[in-house]
Ligand binder design. Structure first.
Ligand code: FAD
Length: 414
């Protein structure tokens, strides 16, 4: 049995989850050795600005770091950056690194996140085709777009749309190609997607839905266009592929941890099926206590943070922090979208505020009237109150919900 208060903890993956696990462990008084291993060459940083402020050039690299380098020194954390873990041996309690060394552990936290899904079509080896996951990716995109450049974006999800808004602000002309019949098809309800579609078009983005991308074409070295299923070639100087993320679960699978297609299976405290091995962040297939414990995968910063804190509390034998309502945000132009909850089995939509004026909140109600989720655009107070309503699974008369003369805060009061 491991002495957990003094245990040596190894964390694999120095992103949002890994970086916050370090901080939570030290805050909770962990006195043992902590080693943070990450294959990127820098300390953990905020990924969301990569498609927003950082891409536009309005946020500097240093402002992206979750914590300055000095934090890790003061917190006596051994950083092994620019190093990839190649395997985990749970019996020997050790991880192997790509430099041939090994790092033994008493407790292991896996936080390897996800990677951008690749398109398996001809021409993907041409230069000028970008994915967006790391700071290096964002730098390369920023160098490739600018006034007069033609950018094609494949995929109308949040990353694609945010990158489109940023590229337009840099002066590029941008065409977005989406396979489905609308943008945000997997991640937002139809009225919200329609609002964003109109807004982007008004800002100059060309959106083409129901198009199948067949190949990238080039001059032998660089991409010069995208061939669509009907034979049309859309000319471009650069392309960004934003077609979702794939979890980095190879280490966990090879080590024999229980995994589902959706990720590494964890419990409410981020424990995997293997003793003293935790998993946090994008890579997990986790229970959702607010929705009857059904399993789901969340790809968001708040989720990585919540799981980092719960894992740290479990390791330290502290009471588990309260369950959080899952939430997410997206910034596009002057629009701030904030989403609380997950609209599983959404039965009815109720809109509060004005879609035309770009200030509204869409509530997802279950069949029995419970508020399941809220999607709010430029409506911070409604998002905050809506989050409480979702967390309490409150039932509120839809007429009252849409009555803007009654502050939502009042309805959310406990
Ligand atoms: P990550 O932050 O991805 O960290 C995982 C780290 O592990 C990476 O550095 C990876 O390189 C490393 N790693 C993987 N395998 C190994 C290995 N074998 N050895 C060593 N290191 C390894 N979320 C929001 O909530 N709001 C947003 O607005 C938002 N915008 C986003 C915009 C972009 C462009 C992207 C890419 C993501 C965005 N997200 C947003 C999602 C959010 O960034 C992720 O949910 C979050 O980073 C997940 O944290 P994580 O620790 O699980 O993974």
């Amino acid at each position: 049995m491991v002495d957990r208060s003094n245990a040596k903890i190894v964390i694999v993956g120095a992103g949002h989850g890994g970086g916050n696990a370090v901080a939570a462990l030290r805050q909770m008084g962990h006195a043992g050795e902590i080693v943070l291993i990450g294959d990127e060459p820098i300390v953990p940083y905020h990924r969301p600005p990569l498609s927003k402020a950082y891409l536009k050039g309005t946020a500097a690299m240093d402002s992206l770091k979750l914590r300055p380098e000095s934090f890790y020194e003061t917190a006596a954390v051994t950083l092994r950056l620019g190093r990839r873990v190649t395997s985990v041996d749970p019996d020997a309690r050790s991880v192997a690194l790509d430099d041939g060394t090994a790092e033994p552990y008493d407790i292991l936290i896996l936080a390897t996140g996800s990677r951008a899904r690749r398109l398996a079509i001809p021409g993907t080896d041409l230069s000028g085709i970008h994915y967006l996951r790391s700071i290096g990716d964002a730098d390369a995109i920023r160098d490739a777009v600018g006034p007069g450049r033609r950018l094609a974006i494949v995929g109308g999800g949040y990353v694609g749309l945010e990158a489109a808004a940023s590229a337009l602000s840099l002066g590029a002309s941008v065409t977005l190609l989406e396979r489905e019949d609308r943008i945000l098809a997997r991640v937002a309800c139809a009225p919200l997607a329609a609002f964003f579609d109109r807004y982007h078009r008004a800002k100059g983005l060309e959106i083409r839905t129901q198009v199948q991308v067949e190949a990238f074409v080039g001059d032998g070295a660089r991409v010069t266009g995208i061939r669509l299923a009907d034979g049309e070639i859309l000319p471009c100087d650069a392309a960004i592929v934003g077609v979702g993320a794939e979890i980095c679960d190879e280490l966990a699978r090879e080590a024999g941890l229980t995994c589902e297609r959706g990720g590494v299976v964890v419990d409410e405290n981020a424990r995997t099926s293997t003793p003293d091995v935790y998993a946090i962040g994008d890579m997990t297939w986790r229970p959702m206590p607010l929705y009857g414990g059904r399993m789901f995968r969340l790809e968001s910063v708040p989720n990585a943070l919540e799981q980092a804190r719960r894992a740290a509390a479990d390791i330290m034998g502290k009471p588990a922090p309260a369950h959080e309502v899952p939430w997410f945000w997206s910034d596009q132009y002057d629009l701030k979208l904030q989403i609380a909850g997950v609209p599983f089995d959404s039965h009815r939509l109720v809109i509060r505020g004005s879609v035309e004026e770009g200030s509204f909140a869409i509530f997802h109600l279950a069949e029995d009237g419970r508020i399941l989720a809220v999607e709010a655009v430029n409506r911070g107070p409604d998002f905050m109150a809506g989050r409480t309503l979702v967390g309490d699974a409150r039932v509120i008369d839809p007429e009252r919900l849409t009555d803007v003369s009654i502050p939502l805060k009042e309805m959310a009061a406990r």
